[in-house]
Design a protein. Structure first.
Length: 158
DNA sequence: GCCAACGTTGGC
DNA sequence: GCCAACGTTGGC
C-alpha cells in the first residue's frame, strides 16, 4: 500500500494544550477533532508518522515542536461524554463517528518557527496551512514539505 | 476584540 | 440539492 503522507501538522491552542504540556506528559491522546477532513486525515495516520506541533491563536503562532504518531487510530471517547464539550450524539461506541490518535513527544524546538517564517519557505507555498482563511487543524505534509521545515530548523539556532 | 473565511446545519 | 444563516476558527 502506498502511503501518501508520512508527516502531519497538528494545530493546538496553547491555552488548552501547549507544547510544554506535551513535554510534561510525554504522550497524549489527540482527540476532540470535529471536522470531517481533519478526521479523515487522522484515519490515514500510521504508527511512526511524524507530527509537527503548531500553536495557533497566540501572539506568536508557529511550529513549536515535534512528535510521533504512536498508536493506530481509535474511537474518540470524548464524543461519548454527554457532559463534555466534545459530545456528539451521532457518534456511538458501536458506530464511532470521530477518531483519536496517540502522539508521543519527541522535541520542543528552542525557537518558534513563526507563521511568517513558514511563509518564506518555498516548498510550503502550496501547503494548506499557508492558505488564507485556512482552518484545517490536522494537515497532511508530504516528505518534501516536511524536510524543508526540518532543514529550516537545522539552519537556525534550534 | 474585530472580522474574514470557512464548515456545517437546516429550511425549503 | 441548493443556499442562507449560523457558529467557529484564527490571523491580525
Amino acid at each position: 500500500m502506498k502511503i501518501e503522507n508520512n508527516y502531519w501538522l497538528l494545530k493546538t491552542e496553547p491555552s488548552l494544550f501547549s507544547i510544554d504540556d506535551f513535554q510534561r506528559e510525554q504522550k497524549t491522546t489527540w482527540e476532540g477533532v470535529r471536522n470531517f477532513e481533519a478526521r479523515n486525515n487522522i484515519k490515514k495516520m500510521q504508527v511512526g508518522d511524524g507530527a509537527f506541533i503548531y500553536h495557533s491563536s497566540t501572539k506568536n503562532n508557529g511550529i513549536v515542536g515535534y512528535g510521533m504518531i504512536s498508536s493506530p487510530y481509535f474511537p474518540d471517547e470524548t464524543a461519548f461524554d454527554i457532559k463534555g464539550p466534545y459530545y456528539d450524539q451521532k457518534s456511538s461506541e458501536q458506530n464511532p463517528l470521530w477518531w483519536a490518535i496517540e502522539v508521543s513527544f519527541k522535541q520542543k524546538y528552542h525557537k518558534v518557527i513563526t507563521l511568517s517564517e513558514l511563509k518564506t519557505i518555498k516548498a510550503l507555498q502550496k501547503c494548506r496551512l499557508l492558505k488564507k482563511g485556512n482552518r484545517l487543524s490536522v494537515i497532511g505534509l508530504d516528505s518534501i514539505q516536511a524536510s524543508a521545515i526540518m532543514e529550516y530548523i537545522n539552519r537556525g539556532v534550534n
